[in-house]
Design a protein around this ligand. Structure first.
Ligand code: PGA
Length: 262
């Protein structure tokens, strides 16, 4: 049974003191919600402070990026070894990194390998652009992104995939639950072809792109979608708490439903 997960990607927002304040606003509420993995991904410079604040709680920590070398003369970069000491998850291949920082599939692949080697759980982001979607090329684009990101990787470790259609990120124009469910199903099928049915069934696949407290219900009702990667709405304590709470309720209910059928 896949444990649902909600991850908040704070992106390049919050100073250290703002990050502390935001965690203080949601720590207790988040900690009380069961049956969901609750992950927050603040900027690098706040990871250490946030880690102290959430110690002893059920909240988990993630980073937003990584470099693929372990150490050395790479001015300004953060290595897997540094992160493994601080957090459990790391977002890799976010579309903003692919587009603004020219991260190729090859770089994403190196980062995934480095993260897995260091014992980190990558949250691999994939998704098509608007023009690709409109040209009916979504499956082709996702297949290629999965192929290049996971090339040569035999063991997925704790990897998680986030399906994030680029046209839905930060635009307020989310996909529909049905659309996203179909595409996530396709991703699972593609993973199944390479890694086998068992691995694919256990793999958590999230939806991301303009998820808010108002549309969480639509996405979490979908059987293929195991949670969400939330950007803008993760910066507002009440919104984020509501998203996590709804996920726990909806996914918990469907789990109880499944259990009663056995
Ligand atoms: P958004 O961002 O929720 O603000 O659309 C999602 C993401 O980029 O992960």
């Amino acid at each position: 049974m896949r444990v649902p997960m909600i991850a908040g990607n704070w992106k390049m927002n919050t100073t250290v003191s703002e990050a502390i304040e935001l965690v203080n606003q949601m720590r207790r509420g988040l900690d009380e919600i069961a049956d969901v993995d609750k992950v927050i991904c603040p900027p690098f410079i706040s990871l250490a402070a946030v880690r102290e604040l959430i110690k002893g709680s059920s909240i988990k920590l993630g980073a937003q990026n990584i470099y693929f070398e372990e150490k050395g003369a790479y001015t300004g970069e953060i290595s897997p070894l540094m992160l493994a000491d601080l957090c459990e998850f790391v977002i890799i291949g976010h579309s903003e990194r692919r587009h603004y920082f020219n991260e190729s599939g090859e770089i994403v692949n190196k980062k995934i390998r480095a993260a897995l080697k260091a014992g980190l759980k990558p949250i691999l982001c994939i998704g098509e652009r608007l023009e690709e979607n409109e040209a009916g090329r979504t499956k082709e684009v996702l297949t290629e992104q999965l192929r290049s990101s996971l090339a040569g990787i035999d063991n997925l470790g704790g990897l998680i995939i986030a399906y994030e259609p680029v046209w839905a990120i930060g635009t307020g124009r989310a996909a529909t639950g049905k659309q996203a469910n179909e595409t996530v199903g396709f991703i699972r099928q593609t993973i199944s072809q390479k890694y086998g049915k068992r691995i694919a069934q256990d793999l958590r696949i999230l939806y991301g792109g303009s998820v808010t407290a108002a549309n969480t219900d639509e996405f979490m009702q979908q059987p293929e979608i195991d949670g969400a990667l939330v950007g803008g709405a993760s910066l507002k304590a009440d919104q984020f708490l509501s998203i996590v709470r709804q996920t726990s309720e909806i996914k918990g209910e469907s789990k109880r439903g499944e259990a009663s059928l056995i």
